[in-house]
Design a protein around this ligand. Sequence first.
Ligand SMILES: *Cc1c(COP(=O)(O)O)cnc(C)c1O
Length: 398
Amino acid sequence: MAFDPANKIQDLQYFGEFGGVNPSVSDSSTYTFLSAKTMFDTFEGNTEGCYLYSRHSSPSNLYLGEALAAMEGTETANVTSSGMGAITSVTLQLCEAGSHIVSGRTVYGGTYAFMKNFLPRFDIQTSFTDITSPEKVEAAITDKTRMIYCEAVSNPLLEIADLKALSEIAKRHNITLVIDNTFSPLSIAPAQHGADVVIHSLTKFINGSSDCVGGVVCGTKDFCLSLKDVNSGAGMLLGSTMDSLRAASILKNLRTLHIRIRKHSENAMFLATQFEKDGMRVVYPGLESHPGHDTMKKQLNPEYGFGGMMTLDVGSLGKANALMERMQNDNLGYLAVSLGFYKTLFSAPGTSTSSEIPEEEQKQMGLTDGLIRFSIGLDQDIARTYDKMKACMKALGV
Ligand SMILES: *Cc1c(COP(=O)(O)O)cnc(C)c1O
């Protein structure tokens, strides 16, 4: 049977200290030792199962990390205080002064700003390439390239990476392939298609209630341990640690992810299909008209669908803004960045989450002014939502 990430989460069994059905929360920053020798050995990383200090690791963070590793099918995982905390620590662990990165050109705005504006201070340069073309990715590689980085489904243009093709290139050149899977949890399991490291912003679909920020790095034991090394680990030394209480609450939300993702996908597919029939410029990987549709299908866990993210180009920024305000007034969702909430969220990426990208480059990659990015919610009656959205559009001449 095919790899099913939700089964892997379901099959984990953790009890609390008193037989509780949830694991106990570790509400401590530091841990006592019966012997000074054990404390020294733990510091040196030689005692598995001992806890030292919660920036290094804590039981609650390990529970959440192991559940996410099970979901992605990697050996283990480290949770972090945000998605950016995962992305920056992985990058700085893999790269040093003089290193080079090949990155997708449509990536999350914060990731783009980090690579474009921040890393050059440390003499780390990035080539931003069209990730849908394995030939262009391979051509951008130099003898200094340490990391190929992209999103499985990209923000905000929903381009689809061919993970198998990219992993073959990465292996041929002995480079680490890092995939941000924030837009497609469960739907795609990148490590099953050759990714070395899988990152998520837990802030989005995985937590799903827009009440916190968090991140995770899923990978091999060696790599995750190296991130936590007290002397040289970017995760440990840069300090992007998740709080234990938050790890416990995200773990509880993770358990319903498979039900939520199915509904997000079903609703997004319904709206995208309708809008396409109406002749609108809609982008959704579940539509056959999407240039990455076949690639996504090839690497999809079909039960979970093509995800909850969709874009609609309504022609101009003025129209996009008017439509978003109107939809919010009619309670169809919120004009807000982020994704994965029970309500639909919408924003104009050119002026919000991708505003770090210069206008000229936005044009080049097809990020137009009239583009609205939707994170489709868990609406019970999506046909009713569609009718209400159409009424908003009609009233505004969109
Ligand atoms: C939100 C997001 C991030 C950053 O995550 P934070 O939790 O906000 O730090 C990274 N990648 C993608 C694709 C995102 O959507």
